[in-house]
Design a protein around this ligand. Structure first.
Ligand SMILES: [Zn+2]
Length: 451
């Protein structure tokens, strides 16, 4: 951690003030949950984290010993699909349970409309205390993702252009642990929702003393090998700090009463399909993300069914016993986690990279269809995920009927998503200043490194 971060003063949350209504059914001094308070909720999201670079998804390098340990006692989703391949639309989808066509956060300057009800707003109205500590410039008040958080600290999300200032996992965990300790010190605390968003595996990849050396590929290394090695070191570094929060959860006595959700917004490309970074394609290394949920009373296990990150919100409402939210894209995964009946729904992802054609993809259990829209046309790519999980062999020509069926399904989903969006105030598009654009460029946004 850099000296600059040490100097940023006391580890206090910014309090925005209560921006949602309190529990409506309870009288003065009463609490809506009576004798049985709902579980606390801890979100641990790690930006730019490829599922296949984690031990519990089979990666041979020791990038994630603490997350592996956590996953052993949780439900691991093998095939979780994000709804975009970069941060803002991906996380807006998690918080609203809507696809990108609905919330329309498609550009760097988009701001999530206040007309959406976010997970934090739902939990706040149910009597939760809500807090978020974030270190990514898109997870900020500027882009509207603070909605529903009483405490929202995005002070580390605006990094200086000097990349030495970009290491933040330690401070994010310190602040999260402080929140847990404050809650533990309170007498009979209300249920809480804490979201910690980590950024370190994101470009630029930094070296960490005592950690990165373990991930150096032997022999001569080209720049891409060095980048990948550094990326693995960043994961290990973040894992260590995520582990400290999980330890604190146990030490503060909240472990058994807390639903913990570990996930990423999208992955990262290392020339798997010819490019680097994220945001400009929808291949598996970007949209298949880690998702692990540990919930009181639910046994650990591994689930191969395709699920979506838009399912996280309905799942949490279900697990905490709150009313389901109507008119969302996701569905609760709780029946699946409990071993009950569950109908998997196809996963939609959408992007419109700046200066490049838009793209959509649809994933169902066996096949994945990608539609690219170059000017005046549609390019279709089809992959059989059973025989070609790395999506290397396009079989669209050989299976026109599968393509046709999936394209119909994709367009139908997109149409419904657009119709839901029409019920909302459109996303506001902010004019970013040249300085803000420069910071984004330093982080790999907008240039060849992707979004
Ligand atoms: Zn991201």
């Amino acid at each position: 951690m850099s000296a600059a971060l040490h100097s940023i003063g006391a580890l206090l949350f910014i309090t925005l003030g209560s921006c949602g209504s309190g529990p409506s059914s309870a009288g003065p001094g009463e609490r809506p949950w009576g004798e049985n308070p709902p579980s606390h909720v801890l979100f641990l999201s790690i930006d730019t984290l490829r599922a296949d670079h984690l031990g519990f998804y089979g990666y041979p390098r020791p990038t994630s010993p603490r997350m592996d340990e956590f996953a052993e006692e949780a439900v691991i989703f093998d095939e979780a699909q994000a709804s975009a391949s970069w941060t803002l639309p991906g996380l807006a989808s998690v918080l609203t349970s809507q696809f990108t066509s609905t919330h329309n956060c498609l550009s760097f300057g988009a701001r999530l409309s206040e007309s959406f009800t976010t997970l934090a707003e739902l939990l706040l109205s149910a009597g939760y205390d809500t807090a978020c500590v974030t270190s990514h410039v898109f997870v900020t008040t500027r882009h509207g993702l603070q909605q529903g958080f009483v405490h929202f600290d995005d002070s580390f999300a605006y990094p200086a252009v000097d990349p030495e200032d970009g290491i933040t996992s330690e401070i994010i965990s310190d602040k999260g642990i402080r929140f847990l300790e404050q809650k533990a010190a309170a007498e009979d605390p209300d249920p809480w929702f804490l979201w910690l968003h980590y950024f370190d595996p994101h470009d630029r990849y930094m070296e960490h003393a005592g950690i990165s050396d373990a991930f150096v590929t032997p022999g001569e290394r080209d720049n891409d090998t060095i980048r990948r090695d550094l990326y693995d070191g960043e994961i290990r570094f973040t894992d260590m700090h995520v582990g400290r929060v999980l330890d604190a959860l146990q030490e503060t006595g909240f472990g058994d009463d807390t639903i913990v959700v570990l996930f990423s917004d999208h992955g990262e490309e290392f020339l798997d399909h010819g490019s680097r970074g994220h945001g400009h394609t929808l291949f598996r290394e970007l949209v298949r993300v880690p998702l692990v949920i540990r919930a009181p009373g639910i046994a650990f296990g591994r689930i191969e069914t395709t699920v979506r990150t838009v399912d996280i919100l309905p799942t949490l409402l279900d697990l905490t016993g709150l009313s389901a939210m109507p008119n969302v894209a996701g569905q609760s995964l709780a029946p699946l986690m409990r071993g009950g009946d569950f109908d998997s729904e196809p996963a939609l992802a959408e992007i419109h990279p700046s200066g490049a054609p838009a793209q959509d993809c649809l994933v169902e259990d066996r096949y994945k269809l990608i539609l690219q829209y170059p000017q005046g046309g549609v390019r279709r790519l089809l992959f059989d995920l059973r025989t070609d999980p790395e999506e290397q062999v396009d079989i669209a020509q050989e299976h026109p009927q599968v393509c046709e069926r999936m394209e119909r399904e994709l367009l139908e989903l997109k149409k419904k998503a657009l119709e839901r969006g029409a019920e909302h105030v459109p996303a506001r598009n902010l004019e970013l200043t040249p300085g803000q654009l420069e910071v984004l460029q330093q982080l790999g946004y907008g240039g060849e490194e992707g979004q």
